[in-house]
Design a protein around this ligand. Structure first.
Ligand code: SAM
Length: 246
């Protein structure tokens, strides 16, 4: 019977492929990969040799129905992205949606993703958190997101490309309260893994000394202001009700 497996692959360290992921990638009829060349090299290193089909953001609309048809006819497809979890800031969600519509089983495998890996080492409360993926590139379009993050009683997480990091952090500095902590998680699971922690000013000062290189996840600590979640009027009303009902 045809089905779609969603298979996470390492975000750097090749030892992070799971035993199950390896088996599924070997047993599937096809591996649907964002970039068959890049994935081919990675799969070769972990000893997997299987047929591949290209599935990326430029062909996903037209390719999804084709893959769905194959699965209807019994083909088992394992979907991977260049790194980490498919669908997480990567293609895949259209195919998942089409499979659900066509009643094809979707089987997700757990595994590495950069945002969750960064979150657990951030030292920030992981409940609740908000994951934004990549933000818009223009400062004017980033600002509303940063205002929301400044208010949020949740840890905020986003991805940024190294050549845009300093500019984005400068925009963030124009909005974020000074008492908030930032973590830039760099090159997770790789040789140069590093966590740059501090206030937004301290983190920016770091990147004035050292050019951002490699891959980054940015995290912002939750707003811990004790602003009441209900208004004063509402509180008075509730107390009145309690008094009235004894
Ligand atoms: N699907 C991936 C996942 O599950 O995390 C994300 C793919 S997205 C196209 C690539 C971005 O993820 C990078 O620009 C970076 O922000 C983040 N990323 C991926 N690998 C990383 C790593 N090893 N260390 C830090 N950030 C990483």
């Amino acid at each position: 019977k045809g089905k779609l497996y969603l298979v996470p692959t390492p975000i750097g360290n090749l030892e992070d492929i799971t035993l199950r992921a390896k088996r599924i990638l070997q047993e599937a009829d096809y591996i649907a990969a964002e970039d068959t060349r890049t994935s081919g090299i990675m799969l070769d290193k972990i000893g997997i040799h299987n047929k591949m089909v290209a599935f990326h953001k430029f062909n996903s609309k037209q390719k999804a129905p084709e893959l769905v048809q194959m699965m209807k006819e019994g083909t088992v497809i394992a979907e991977i992205s260049d790194a980490g979890m498919p669908v997480i800031s990567d293609p895949g969600y259209i195919l998942v949606q089409e499979c659900i519509k066509a009643d094809i089983p979707v089987v997700p495998l757990p595994g590495p993703s950069a945002f969750a890996t960064a979150l657990i080492a951030s030292g920030f409360d992981a409940q609740p958190f908000t994951y934004y993926g990549f933000l818009p590139r223009k400062a004017s379009e980033q600002k509303p997101y940063f205002e929301a993050m400044n208010q949020a009683h949740a840890t905020s997480i986003f991805y940024e490309a190294p050549h845009r990091l300093t500019k984005t952090l400068t925009t963030l500095a124009s909005v974020l309260d000074d008492n908030r902590q930032i973590v830039c998680a760099r090159e997770l699971t790789k040789i140069h893994e590093e966590f740059i922690r501090g206030s937004i000013k301290e983190v920016l000062a770091h990147f004035e000394q050292v050019d951002p290189r490699g891959e980054f996840v940015v995290l912002i600590s939750p707003n811990t202001d004790e602003t009441p979640k209900v208004s004063m009027d509402e509180l008075v009303k509730r107390v009145d009700q309690l008094v009235a009902t004894g």
